[in-house]
Design a protein around this ligand. Structure first.
Ligand code: ADP
Ligand code: MG
Ligand code: MG
Length: 320
């Protein structure tokens, strides 16, 4: 490798995920700035520590509205809008169920049906009251909890991209534990190659590689965070209708889009739709493209205007 082909990687663990920044030139101040930005955003949005703005809203449920910062208000407004779409399986008030399953955390368990039924009554996104003038959020029933886990990393990845641009960086990759956003390409290439992970295999085991430039790649899969009990697998994307993990033909969905927040939102939405409905939906959203991986070991790509896909693992087949 010649010096010009070098990639400088910076890593940290934040938001409970490994974070990786790649630059083509060594730039410690920019890397430090990126990690500071991520930390700031995590401090506003996390539900895994008691002192975030989102937790202030959750603690005040059934009591009073909470005034939040503009970016947090906008993110919650977006999450509410997506949750209220016709047939949406995205639900930003899923918090009580996420907390009770504890999937991916210590103490995970299958909650009794009566408990799930009770918690489902606390997850109606229509009940959340947003006041744009006051910039306040109110959860009217005690026990309601906002969870932005399906959208926050996308938003943060876009903020990192914007920050890198401000710093005149032309080629970079940020990976927030599965949410990738990019500028430019790798050394000697117009693109970055993003590995599509092989489900339930080693971290370096790939089904294929997605080539992109200046786009985001977000993957959600049932193999990321899950636990097994009595031969049954329980993963971390919940069906807001039943309170149980979403169950269909999919192992993972990967979304390619200009904005990582859209990728984050759409991985969850498409997960709920499955392949058939998902492809029909994608035909109406030109900026959102996707790669579905099914339990039948099929890899199904939507239109490919923003990316190219190279299959590496012959035990998987390109479908449709
Ligand atoms: P990750 O990138 O951590 O895998 P995803 O973007 O796939 O996360 O979103 C999963 C997270 O979103 C869960 O860990 C939980 O916090 C939250 N969540 C689970 N089910 C839903 C749902 N139906 N709608 C919105 N958020 C959800
Ligand atoms: Mg998501
Ligand atoms: Mg995600």
């Amino acid at each position: 490798m010649s010096p010009d082909d070098r990639v400088y990687a910076y890593s940290a663990v934040l938001m409970g995920s490994p974070i990786l920044l790649k630059l083509l030139e060594h730039n410690q101040p920019v890397a430090a700035g990126v990690f500071r930005l991520i930390k700031q955003q995590e401090n506003l949005l996390t539900v895994n520590r008691p002192d975030s703005e989102v937790m202030a809203i959750n603690h005040a449920a059934g009591e009073h509205p909470v005034v939040v910062s503009q970016p947090v208000f906008e993110l919650i407004a977006r999450a509410r809008e997506i949750s209220l779409l016709e047939g949406s399986c995205f639900n930003f008030t899923i918090g009580p169920l996420v907390k009770c399953w504890k999937i991916g955390f210590h103490g995970n368990r299958v909650p009794p049906a009566a408990e799930i039924a009770r918690l489902l009554t606390l997850t109606d996104p229509r009940q959340v009251i947003l006041d744009r003038q006051a910039r306040s959020v109110f959860l009217p029933v005690k026990g309601m909890e906002i969870d932005l886990g399906a959208i926050a990393k996308g938003d943060i990845a876009d903020r990192v991209r914007d920050f890198l641009r401000q710093q005149q960086i032309t080629d970079a990759l940020i990976n927030l534990g599965g949410n990738v956003q990019t500028l430019g390409g790798m050394p000697g290439s117009a693109n970055w190659g993003i590995g599509l992970k092989k489900p339930f295999a080693g971290p370096d085991d790939l089904i294929g590689v997605i080539g992109i430039s200046g786009k985001s790649v977000v993957t959600s899969g049932i193999y990321e965070r899950y636990f097994e009990l009595a031969g049954q697998r329980y993963h971390h994307i919940l069906n807001p209708e039943t309170g149980f993990p979403l169950d269909n033909e999919l192992l993972s969905v990967t979304v390619i889009s200009p904005q990582s927040i859209d990728g984050d939102i759409f991985t969850t939405l498409l997960y709920g739709m499955g392949v058939e409905k998902g492809l029909a939906c994608l035909a109406t959203t030109p900026e959102i493209e996707a790669v579905f991986v099914t339990k039948q070991r099929q890899v199904i790509c939507s239109s490919q205007r923003q990316f190219n896909f190279t299959l590496l693992d012959s035990s998987y087949q390109l479908g449709r």
